[in-house]
Design a binder for this molecule. Structure first.
Ligand SMILES: [Zn+2]
Length: 165
């Protein structure tokens, strides 16, 4: 398979993603902590995994992401380990809503947009939908990766636990 042509836009369903919703449902904004998760395709086969560590120290809230990225067209592997800022906005009915701040750079400037989901599309790093020029797709039949990810089993998680100290 050749490289994705530049004119054909990917959809949000074509990409692996990490969402605020997932972190929230597992209480990471409440207690912080580290874990791993994996993506599965519609047939239930694992398509990738990632280790992460959430730090909720006031004023320095961030998530650290650790994963290996294999570039589709060259097969080249990159070991990634970097942090993404988290910030919050107040909710109308109380509490706070948390967001990723997109870490991608263009012309030396960090995007920094608030995003509820970050995607892995083309490049090595997670970024927002706007940076990656992704479209939403409504058809459920076109899902290549499940939007919902699964927490890792303990055996997988041990590998990341070593790194995430
Ligand atoms: Zn962005």
């Amino acid at each position: 398979m050749g490289r994705q042509s530049y004119s054909s836009r990917l959809t949000t369903n074509d990409c692996k993603s990490i969402s605020v919703k997932f972190l929230k449902s597992n209480l990471y904004f409440y207690k912080g902590g580290s874990d791993g998760m994996k993506w599965k395709n519609t047939k239930g086969a694992e398509t990738g995994s990632i280790g992460f560590s959430v730090s909720m120290i006031a004023g320095n809230e961030h998530i650290r992401l650790v994963y290996t990225r294999v570039v589709d067209f060259s097969g080249e592997k990159f070991d990634l380990d970097y942090t993404v800022r988290l910030s919050s906005t107040p909710c109308y009915f109380g509490g706070r809503r948390w967001w990723f701040r997109c870490p991608l750079e263009e012309d030396g400037r960090v995007c920094n947009r608030r995003a509820g989901t970050l995607y892995l599309a083309g490049d090595k790093y997670f970024g927002c939908r706007i940076c990656y020029n992704l479209t939403y797709e409504s058809s459920r039949d076109s899902h290549r990766f499940d939007g919902v990810v699964q927490r890792m089993g303990y055996a997988d998680y041990k590998i990341f636990k070593k790194i995430l100290r």
